[in-house]
Design a protein around this ligand. Structure first.
Ligand code: DGJ
Length: 724
């Protein structure tokens, strides 16, 4: 899959589906020659190289005269893997290293390349694994005495390429990294649309699509988390690309903190992309012998439209990123107590919730916020992870679940502390920003200083003690504010530029340790809903609560857009008691994720119980093989019109689930929804009208949803099963 030809100095990565080629030029710079569909011949790249060469006057030092013109490599034109900084390349280097002289100049040149049969393990950071090969390219800035490894990993069975850097100070003096992004990609054209997913709380991942801007453009977060405001998943698409055709290049970062995806379109109309950790307030000291690894950037290539990119991300995340032991198993129907009773419960109420949750197919009961410390509202208690025994008898609750065959889960918010807590009274210095006159509260809470290993250890000890006494099956790991004061009392002034990143490392250290020690406890990520929905978290948590907004009015978009970059199996989606749509519509939407509930189950009517129980049965039958492990097709995008339609097909094409929803009210109209992924020759019975048609019929003619008027937020959930 990967080969390096010493004679031509061309490195080729090709998995027979996509290809990538890099040339080591005479000066030792890595020129990116090609990225796209696999090529049968990688010998001739002169045309690409010449585009990066320009005629420059030659100067004869002896005579002091110009002696003519020659073609020479130009920094600001050539597509490079790592632009130098401070020389003639002003496009924006991915890396800046400063030494004790204060110089900004950073200039990495090729030394050697090693070909590996695996993905590199990135110390302290989540990283990809699986069937792949890696080119480990050693570069050096001999002036700074810093070495850089550029890792290029290509996957055997997926059109995915992973890039990252590892820096090592081989000199005798300290250096500072003031920018350390994960990748650079220079493309020889810029006529793409850039799609990104911005938003805010309860409106996460809105779809934004605009032509790539002239000059500089950024999609970024500086909130300390990947954020609801921008998601690290972005893609470039040819202007004419659709769900099924055209070139699409997707990017994501295996990281949960600040990020920056930056494009620069210059006068030559090429596109210079850098992606990685945001360099805002970033500065990392590397002492002699020390190493710094960047997070991995994942690039997915599709020449067949958006859905092919999206399906590659789905499989990549499930097969090459997630580490949860039971990842490919069925995910239980979850009932979460939060929206039903928030902080206001006692043991009897929770027992009654469990009894009624059983009637709607619940298999995992989760007690959310409010079970610990003095936590009766959001003013107090965070940081004190001991059961409030006066409020809840957790042993009894767990026994009650066990007797009914239910699993049990609990809520934590490990990275936070309320000023009104025993932890804060004992250790005010554990709060981030401690020592400043005033600290910013977010939801009445402060951010713990997870850059300080003592703080992480304290929370670990508390969680461990809890887990030893209460062996829960599931933990919801919440995170309800952003980083405001990125200042740590545990680090000297010159190291404060490390805090943003160290907070993320602390998060991974604790989450990694607990998931390793409790491999069968399922951890679900959450951050005020979907404020930390990213690949870093998914490495540890096989699912993430998608949004606090469960009402289909917003959920249609949130869930559809999230599923463009992330598999349905990781999208925590629950039915709540919002009034805009019927329970059956809300349940049908929640099926396209990991199904669950958030409501007061004591208030459900017999009819509602029957409706929800029926959808839970569909989930139990179809989730694993069709929805989680199957292939997802996006048939109608809600950002393009009044309809949303998604379809999942099992890998063997024997079953399919289709959801069609509209937003505004509609009358009769032609609504033939052509399906995808079915076997043309097979026969399928559908639950819309009970008819049996061939796969060809559904692919060419489609499901006929024309006949009736549609009320607001109404839906059709159609199951197709092979008739044998
Ligand atoms: C925010 C989450 O998104 C909710 O589901 C709930 O867990 C609350 N936090 C609890 O404080």
């Amino acid at each position: 899959m990967i080969g390096y030809d010493k004679k031509t100095r061309i490195l080729v990565l090709d998995n027979k589906s996509i290809g990538y080629a890099v040339y080591v030029n005479d000066a030792g710079y890595l020129e990116t020659l090609y990225f796209g569909r696999s090529l049968s011949d990688y010998a001739d790249f002169d045309c690409v190289r010449r585009a990066g060469e320009f005629s420059t006057p030659r100067y004869d030092a002896a005579s002091g005269k110009e002696t003519g013109y020659a073609d020479a490599f130009k920094f600001d034109a050539a597509p490079l893997e790592i632009s130098p900084h401070g020389l003639a390349d002003k496009r924006g280097a991915p890396v800046i290293v400063r030494d004790e002289r204060g110089s900004f100049i950073t200039d990495f040149r090729f030394r050697s390349v090693r070909l590996l049969k695996e993905a590199p393990a990135i110390e302290g950071l989540p990283h990809a694994h699986g069937r792949c090969e890696t080119a480990d390219i050693l570069l050096e800035d001999s002036d700074l005495h810093v070495r850089a490894h550029l890792y290029l990993t290509l996957f055997a069975d997926k059109d995915a390429l992973v890039k990252s850097f590892r820096f090592e100070n081989t000199g005798k003096k300290k250096v500072r990294l003031t920018r350390a992004m994960s990748m650079q990609l220079d493309l020889p054209r810029c006529d793409y649309d850039l799609v990104h997913f911005g938003g805010r709380w309860a409106k996460e991942r809105d779809y934004f699509c605009n032509p790539v801007a002239d000059g500089v453009q950024e999609v970024s977060s500086n909130l300390g988390r990947s954020s609801a405001e921008e998601n690290p998943f972005v893609f470039l698409k040819e202007r004419s690309a659709t769900m099924d055709c055209g070139e699409v290049i997707g990017f994501n970062l295996v990281y949960s903190g600040n990020f920056k995806f930056r494009t620069f379109t210059n006068f030559l109309r090429g596109l210079h992309i850098t992606y990685g950790m945001n360099d805002e307030d970033f500065e990392w000291t590397l002492a002699p012998g020390e190493v710094f690894c960047t997070p991995q950037a994942v690039i997915v290539y599709s020449s067949h439209g958006i859905d092919a990119m999206s399906q590659t991300f789905h499989r990549f995340i499930r097969e090459n990123l997630m580490t949860y032991a039971d990842n490919c198993e069925y995910k239980p129907v979850l009932f979460n107590s939060w929206e039903g009773c928030t902080f206001h419960f006692d043991t009897d109420l929770i027992l009654s919730y469990i009894d009624d949750a059983c009637k709607i197919g619940t298999e995992l009961f989760v007690l959310d916020d409010g079970w610990f410390g003095a936590r009766d509202n959001d003013l107090a208690g965070l940081g004190d992870w001991t059961v409030n025994k006066g409020k809840i008898d957790l042993h009894r609750v767990m026994a009650h679940c066990r007797e009914r065959g239910l699993k049990f889960g609990i809520w934590f918010e490990p990275e936070m502390v309320n000023p009104d807590s025993d932890l804060f009274r004992a250790h005010p210095e554990y709060a981030l920003g401690w020592g400043r006159k005033e600290l910013a509260l977010g939801r009445h809470q402060l951010h713990l200083d997870f850059s300080n290993p003592d703080v992480v250890e304290n929370i670990y000890a508390q969680m461990k003690a809890f887990l030893e006494e209460y062996p829960v099956d599931y933990i919801k790991w919440d995170y309800n504010r952003v980083v405001a004061e990125h200042v740590s009392a545990a680090f000297p002034p010159e190291r404060q530029g490390e805090i943003y990143h160290r907070l993320v490392l602390g998060y991974y250290a604790l989450l990694g340790r607990l998931t390793r020690e409790y491999p069968h406890t399922m951890f679900e990520g959450c951050a005020s809903g979907g404020g930390r929905f990213d690949m870093g978290t998914l490495y540890y948590c096989p699912q993430i609560w998608c949004s606090d907004e469960s009402d289909p009015a917003q959920r249609i978009d949130i869930q559809f857009n999230t599923s463009l970059g992330y598999p349905l199996s990781c999208i925590g989606s629950h039915v709540n008691d919002s009034k805009v749509a019927s329970y059956s519509a809300k349940a049908a939407l929640a099926l396209f994720g990991t199904y669950g509930y958030e409501m007061n189950p004591n208030l459900l009517t017999e009819g509602e119980i029957a409706e929800l129980a029926q959808t839970a049965e569909i989930y139990k039958k179809y989730h694993r093989d069709v929805i989680a492990n199957g292939t997802l097709y996006h048939l109608r995008a809600p950002y393009e019109g009044n309809h949303m339609c998604m379809q999942c097909v099992s890998r063997d094409a024997s079953a399919s689930v289709v959801l069609f929803m509209n937003k505004l009210k509609e009358q009769d109209m032609f609504r033939f929804v052509r399906l995808k992924g079915l076997d043309r020759k097979k026969k399928y019975r559908n639950t819309l009208d009970g008819a049996v048609h061939s796969g060809e019929y559904y692919l060419q003619i489609g499901l006929n949803l024309s006949k009736e008027g549609f009320a607001e937020f109404s839906h059709r959930l159609v199951l197709l099963t092979e008739e044998t």
